[in-house]
Design a binder for this molecule. Structure first.
Ligand code: 13P
Length: 288
């Protein structure tokens, strides 16, 4: 089985992106895996701090690894939006394939210093265990909640990442994956999310020696997502749209099914998540 790095390089070469989908439970994990396997595309499972607390760090890693091993399938796990180095190290030690250290609210030097501690730790793990753990960092505040929002959170999306600062950050930290602020916002905004600045993505891609990830993939038009990928995005994160699908599916299921057996009513939200994820993977991988 190749590691995530190999799949990311292949995606970059083909001008497509790998989908990163967040989970809070095993039903969503199965749904995402089934959607990816049907389409023969690699996939990344994301767990944020809240999601990790809910599932368990080691348990999330083991669940994903067990599917990877049983089905010999390229499914990977990422520690999404970790805000402290101790927490990130726990995820690396638990066997995560990649980790994101989120210093987007810090100033440049503080963000570099915190990120550098994580890339240094990943290098030690590589040296000692031969295991590749990719490190991601973010610059520019783009909001922080995967939720349905009345309006864009204060300050979010205003501080777009320039190519110069992106290059300086990537060179200083040696991150494998970089998340710029290019018009993307976490969550779905009622009156529509702002546009992705694909020209800016292209300029960053030219100078930043790493993979680029687009956070806040929910609520962005298909055209904007495709333009971002064509310009150099290799991973797209989606969470809010999955949460909405799960919740709506669960409400519908409970209304229509009076069984008390969870596996008899949790199958509907699982299927709703599978449908959303399948649509996204087709878009990211440019499948017709
Ligand atoms: P959305 O909730 O907007 O899809 O963003 C998810 C995300 O970027 C997780 O890291």
């Amino acid at each position: 089985m190749h590691n995530l790095k190999t799949y990311l390089e292949a995606a970059k070469e083909k001008n497509i992106a790998i989908g990163h989908f967040n989970i809070s439970n095993v039903e969503a994990l199965w749904a995402i895996f089934e959607a990816a396997r049907d389409l023969h595309e690699p996939v990344i499972i994301g767990v944020s701090e809240g999601e990790r607390d809910f599932i368990g760090i080691r348990q999330a890693a083991s669940l994903v690894q067990s599917i990877r091993n049983e089905y010999d399938y390229p499914i990977f796990i990422n520690a999404d939006h970790a805000h402290d180095v101790v927490g990130v190290k726990k995820c690396i030690d638990a066997g995560f394939d990649s980790v994101m250290i989120d210093g987007s609210k810090l100033d440049f030097d503080e963000n570099v210093a915190m990120t550098k501690q994580v890339t240094d730790y990943a290098s030690v793990v590589k040296e000692k265990e031969g295991r590749t753990v990719l490190v991601e960092a973010e610059m520019g505040y783009i909001g922080s909640s995967s939720a349905l929002l009345e309006e864009i959170p204060e300050g979010a999306g205003q501080d777009k990442t320039t190519p110069e600062i992106a290059k300086k950050f990537v060179d200083a930290t040696s991150v494998d994956i970089f998340a710029p602020s290019v018009g993307n916002i976490h969550g779905v905004v009622k009156d529509g999310n702002p546009h992705i600045d694909a020209k800016l993505v292209g300029e960053i891609a030219k100078v930043a020696d790493c993979h680029l990830v687009l956070h806040g993939g929910s609520g962005i038009t298909d055209e904007d997502i495709r333009a971002g990928i064509e310009a150099g995005i290799s991973i797209v994160h989606v969470n809010t749209e999955i949460r909405v699908a799960f919740r709506e599916g669960l409400e519908k299921s409970i209304k229509e099914n009076d069984s008390i057996a969870p596996y008899k009513y949790m199958n509907v939200p699982r299927e709703e998540v599978r449908k959303v994820v399948a649509k996204k993977i087709k878009l990211f991988a440019n499948l017709t």
